[in-house]
Design a protein around this ligand. Structure first.
Ligand code: BGC
Length: 739
């Protein structure tokens, strides 16, 4: 008996592994070899099937070979609930609720790359647990106009900040064997006419402002997928755009991942074949109405491509290249046997959401140190405003979620102070009482019968004897607010909120305004309100994070990732009159005439236009003093570096975090340059009285600009200034050197 077992064991051991496991399934073989082996076994039809959707969110694998499907999900703030195979309606699952993490504007406002890593890791865990291979996010389109309905899904106006934050997010997600699909590449900077806007932008602006965050996602984050955007550039849709996808993404950046179309962003088979698209999604996903047995066969990269190959009109070189890239994605995700199991709605994920939310909230103004709240027993706290009670995780377009729970600001404030104080609520105004997206409903009844005047009168009556009045308003996720596929009508707050705030400000000097939005809003009442907090869409833990900051349990440390202008007339995208916001059917050219002067680059140049709140602005409950920055060299060689060190001291009486910002300015150059550009930042935590030195290392990349003639980054010799700042409008020290 025993001898028989030993012989059998010897036979198995002597059998070459390859005879048992085909190369494409053999994890010990190099990926390239596995890809070639898989490719060699596939039929033409099987290859074509991989290039396009088979349902709303999945594409085919090769069932015969045991190569699984690819499952995608939105993205970017939580894992979207399951929809039916061919429809947007809910599949009706009961196990697809998620944790909603803060919107990406809030993440960017943390200015903390560790928060981005935590975010990525956590949302990636939810994605892998839910069986997803590709997370459709994060978004890094630059904040060009405050009217863009999708700014809340992006990381602000500065390419350096967005690039620094996107890379750790990508790595965090992908550490779970789930690909990020960084979107929307590129130049998708507003929503109206998003399918028919042809962006005209010069090369320098493209490379300096609109591409760096994508490049960082590719080269530093190592993203495995990228989503082409809806709009047009150089008269080609971006999902099959030769210049963006072939020339820049693949040739210049060496990208080895897949390009996925935005849903319905593919328009042409020939361009889709040659111009870099790998997987087509969402084309007429009402496609079943086409009347064939399988509408997905009618996709541009389905039968139309197959037929072109069969009749010899095109070869199979591009096809094989696409399939290779998709197989690589599969090995990284769906066929990755060593990926973790992930977890859903875990305590750790709620804790992460709360921490990121707390770090991203920005204290814009705090006259007389009204905040943090010091609440005595039997005090009265009045909370006013629809956004104090409205669920914000439903709506806004494809990022809409079905959450396991969402703590409203009012609930968070009640939980924090309710035991010792009386917390009273008044509506103040009626905004949008609906709460539904694709069949997910908030279940909230927000109906209200009082008139606008009565609502104000009732709030004012309660405000008079309140120890604190907290107005929670802003925008919401309905059309023409912060919502995909629409843009805002103006910079002002909707629903008559300005009148409510003004009436409250007249009734009390204890007013705190908490603005919930993903965009800058006008604040005509700004000077009358002592404390203003920018709170974003924080997701599941919104109320907790807001109460953490109001109470001082968390010392605010967020800084604005974009400029708050006083008026729309101060925004260059609008000054030049290109953006009309009017929906049209034909292709419409939008020229980015302001060039590189976006956000603070514009306000810095227009010395007379002061922003309402500058890029990088954010207060703390403690104070930070900056020492004089010191530079190690007065002259830098082109291949060398200079080091700038600054000492920062917490001179207040509580622990806090400060974001020390480093901007570079070129005194003289052959092309116009911004006064200064962000090239480094560091978030430090200091105990009361503690000092720390922060050192920035600057190399020639930080000094360069993109020369459109030479088509390369160049540095010109001369004098450079390094600004150490607490905000774009709050420079604390300057040093200079010569290159
Ligand atoms: C959006 C994408 C999203 C996709 C799938 C599109 O409308 O632009 O951001 O990932 O839908 O829901």
């Amino acid at each position: 008996m025993r001898i028989r077992y030993i012989i059998a064991a010897l036979v198995i051991a002597a059998t070459p592994l390859a005879a048992q496991t085909p190369i494409y399934l053999d994890e010990n073989k190099p990926v390239d070899e596995r890809i070639e082996d898989a490719l060699s076994r596939m039929t033409l039809k099987e290859k074509i099937a991989m290039l396009h959707a088979q349902s709303k969110f999945s594409s085919s694998g090769v069932p015969r070979l045991g190569i699984p499907e690819i499952w995608t999900t939105d993205g970017p703030h939580g894992i979207r609930p399951e929809v039916l195979w061919d429809e947007w309606d809910q599949a009706g699952w009961t196990n697809d609720s998620c944790v909603a993490f803060p919107a990406l504007t809030c993440l960017a406002a943390t200015w903390n790359t560790e928060m981005a890593a935590l975010y990525g890791k956590s949302i990636g865990e939810e994605a892998v647990y839910r069986g997803k291979d590709v997370l459709l996010g994060p978004g890094v389109n630059i904040y060009r106009t405050p009217l863009n309905g999708r700014n809340f899904e992006y990381m602000g106006e500065d390419p350096y900040l967005a690039g620094a934050m996107v890379a750790p997010y990508v790595k965090g997600v992908q550490s779970n064997g789930v690909a990020t699909c960084v979107k929307h590449y590129a130049l998708n900077n507003h929503e109206v006419n998003r399918h028919n806007t042809n962006v005209i932008v010069d090369d320098r602006t493209l490379y300096e402002i609109y591409l760096p965050a994508f490049k960082a996602a590719v080269q530093e984050g190592g993203t495995w997928a990228i989503m082409g955007s809806y709009n047009i550039y150089k008269n080609q849709h971006c999902c099959h755009n030769e210049y963006l996808l072939e020339k820049i993404l693949r040739e210049e950046w060496g990208y080895d991942g897949v390009v996925i179309s935005d849903w319905g962003g593919t328009h042409d088979t020939d361009q889709a074949i040659t111009n870099g698209l790998d997987i087509e999604f969402g084309t007429g996903t009402d496609g079943l109405r086409a009347g064939t047995t399988n509408a997905y066969d009618n996709y541009y990269l389905a039968y139309p491509y197959y037929e072109k190959i069969l009749c010899g009109e095109v070869g199979t070189e591009e096809l094989d290249a696409k399939v290779r890239r998709i197989l690589r994605l599969a090995y990284r995700t769906s066929m990755n046997r060593s990926k973790p199991f992930g977890s859903l709605c875990s305590d750790a994920h709620y804790a992460a959401a709360r921490e990121i939310g707390g770090e991203g909230i920005v204290l814009l103004k705090n006259d007389g140190d009204l905040l943090p709240m010091t609440v005595e027993r039997d005090a009265k706290i009045l909370v006013v405003g629809e956004n104090a009670i409205k669920m914000m995780t439903v709506g806004g377009g494809s990022s809409s979620l079905k959450v396991q729970r969402e703590i409203s600001p009012l609930d968070g404030i009640r939980e924090r102070f309710g035991e010792i104080a009386e917390v009273v609520y008044e509506r103040g105004y009626v905004g949008d009482v609906t709460g539904e997206y694709n069949g997910v409903t908030t279940g909230q009844n927000l109906s209200e019968s009082r008139s606008a005047e009565q609502l104000i009168a009732d709030a004012v009556a309660q405000a008079k004897d309140a120890d604190y009045v907290i107005f929670v308003g802003g925008l919401n996720k309905s059309d023409h607010q912060d919502c995909e596929n629409t843009d805002r009508a103006g910079l002002g707050l909707p629903y008559g909120q300005d009148q409510v705030i003004e009436a409250l400000a007249a009734a009390t000097d204890r007013l705190i305004v908490v603005n919930v939005s993903g965009n800058a809003v006008a604040m005509p009442w700004g000077s009358e309100v002592p404390a203003i907090v920018q709170a974003w869409y924080i997701g599941s833990e919104a109320g907790h994070a807001i109460a953490d900051v109001l109470s001082g349990d968390v010392n605010p440390s967020g800084k604005l990732p974009f400029t708050f202008p006083v008026a729309l007339e101060d925004v260059p995208a609008h000054i030049f009159g290109e953006y009309t916001g009017v929906s049209v059917r034909d292709t419409v050219d939008i020229e980015y005439k302001e060039g590189i002067f976006v956000g603070y680059r514009w306000t810095d140049m227009q010395k007379k236009t002061k922003p309402l709140f500058a890029f990088g602005h954010g207060l703390s409950y403690t104070k930070f003093e900056y020492g004089k920055p010191v530079i190690d060299l007065k002259k830098m060689s082109p291949d060398g570096t200079v080091k700038v060190t600054v000492s920062v001291t917490n001179t207040g009486d509580r622990e806090g975090q400060e974001v020390v910002q480093m901007y570079v300015g070129d005194r003289k150059s052959s092309l116009p340059r911004p006064v200064k550009e962000l090239k480094g930042f560091s978030k430090i935590r200091l105990a009361p009285g503690e000092s720390r030195e922060v050192t920035f290392v600057i190399d020639s990349d930080d000094l360069s600009f993109f020369d459109p003639e030479k088509h390369e980054w160049v540095v010109e010799p001369g004098m450079f200034d390094i600004y150490i700042a607490a905000a774009a409008d709050d420079v604390r020290g300057k040093v200079s050197f010569e290159l």
